[in-house]
Design a protein around this ligand. Sequence first.
Ligand code: GLU
Length: 256
Amino acid sequence: MRIVIKVGTSTLAHSTGRLNIRRVEELVKVLSDLKNSGNEVILVSSGAIGMGAGKLNMKEKPSDIPSKQAAAAVGQCELMYTYDKLFSEYNHTVAQLLMTGEDFNVENRHTNFSNTMNRLLELDVLPVINENDTVATDEIKVGDNDTLSALVAVTVGADLLILLSDIDGLYTADPHKDPDAVLIPEIHELTDSIMALGGDAGSSLGTGGMKTKLHAARLCVESGCDMIIANGAAPSLLYDICDGKAVGTRFIAGGK
Ligand code: GLU
């Protein structure tokens, strides 16, 4: 399978903004093993701004653009340093790709991206993708990594996109507020009532929330790619997903 896995800041970092070493080590180990068993793995990793803010001892995630971009510049280094070091332990080579919205909208850039990705995968490299937060401003940015990962999955013709988040999947209501909320295991159609479950909020470190995840689901299923939302707290659940077990919420692509 060609799988795109997106990890959010809340999965990679502690609430202090500092790297969650145990979590990242587990994630890298599982992804390496999935690659060893013959899957093509592409990682879309958030965390640049959150980790940069942690490293720069900022008390919370910055809100003004220059501070965000400065934090991203610092944090992206730490992210890639960590991935390079940990994946090397399992003999895997990583590549960094930093994207803006234009890379998907302008035809020759989109083609270049697609060609580069295919070549990297042929070379058995594990691409690690993030938005180019140091240059992306409103006019050119994708805006969130849920959408970015869906654009990547569609571009490379992935079989599956997995969004690892701090929630088990999509619930019938907000599980933090409603004790009767239940997890929806499978969604075959993104009806208005499903889209309305998106709400707004994200955690203090990440950008997404359910709304952007549902938007990503729409992009994926319309292009024939399944998408799963699952909890990133235990990366080993990726094995279950690849074994075809029901984990989190699965959005089934049209026609399946
Ligand atoms: N690109 C952002 C970062 O690396 C994250 C965006 C997102 O989580 O949606 O901090």
